[in-house]
Write a protein that binds this ligand. Sequence first.
Ligand code: CMC
Length: 376
Amino acid sequence: MTDAKAGLEGIVVARSELCSIDGQKGILGFRGYDIHELARHATYEEVAFLLLRGELPSAAELAAFAAELGEARAVSGEAAQVVDLIARDAAPMEMLRTAVSATSFDDPDKDSNSEEANQRKAIRLLAKIPTLVCRYHRRRAGLEPVDPDPELSYAESFLTMLSGRPPDEDAARTFDVAMILHADHEMNASTFTARVIASTLADMHSAVVGAIGALKGPLHGGANEQVMRTLESIDDPDRVEDDIRRRLAGHERIMGFGHRVYKTMDPRAEILKELARRLAGRADGSEPDWFAMSERIERVVTAEKGLYPNVDFYSASTYRYLGIPTELFTTLFVASRVVGWAAHVIEQHRDNRLIRPSSLYVGPDSREYPARDGAS
Ligand code: CMC
């Protein structure tokens, strides 16, 4: 071995049928379907089915899948108690890291890595994470949790459990598209984590809990919350240029920009930008113009650093316009991406070999253990 590749950049670590990226051209596809097409025509449920089962569902398959998801939404037992117990003190991602783990305690398939068991566990995880997030949010706000309605779509159910009111059609569709865009993304850090854990033949819940830990960091999923914190701290579109230039001069990273694979605009950011633009047009003016600020930030960062927005940049203003509290942003990333993690775990378990790379030793040469005074 001659050297270690920092950040494993460009290293291919798995074969996968799930997600393809052309980072030069800014093209993303799930199982061959372009992300723009999926965002235009599909629902999150259809994309989840596509990732987990391999093909888009027929009408009957979709109805059965949606019914299964609806039935699995309720959270009871230890997982609900865990949320109630920690809601006040645990930050949102700490809560999810802990509560998702607790959903395995009574999972009837927890000891099996068979394809069938993994498919069932994937549905339960996908269904229960929104319920955990909303229960936590409402407990934290001193409100009663809203029980999930199995008849509602994924997006309607999520937004209803969060605010206690059914969303309008436009808000539900916008949220649904945001969830589609985050559903999978090739060998990102959290997915790699999930595959490494699965490769030891550990169970799906363990892989997902590890992936949540990896997603939490600000260089990965934690960036969406940090983008909103940046917007909140600038607060005024006319302060954008000075503020961002000052940050760049201080070698600060501007959250929501840059990507290991995309060398152009992330196609998910293109779609989210249009969603945010549309929502900004409907805003009542009681808050700063988050979209105008975002566009101005984009102009400065692209001109000064040659960096483009990634998925986290315009998802921040999109979520804000939908009325979602900033502290929950990264938990929404988990809620969507869990289907990608689960599909990768299924692939890994289907054709497993332990993932165990090597490191290049750069420590001291071999040396004698020192004699110590009084030591025998
Ligand atoms: N703002 C300012 N400078 C940046 C940024 C940024 N957002 N991103 C990269 N750079 C600079 C970095 O400082 C470094 O400069 P220098 O060579 O002078 O030290 C150079 O670009 C290369 O940085 P790197 O970390 O080696 O590049 P990478 O390809 O490994 O980075 C990244 C990818 C996402 C970690 C990085 O762009 C970043 O930190 N972005 C901000 C955090 C963020 O938005 N994360 C979300 C990523 S996409 C969705 C997701 O995974 O959640």
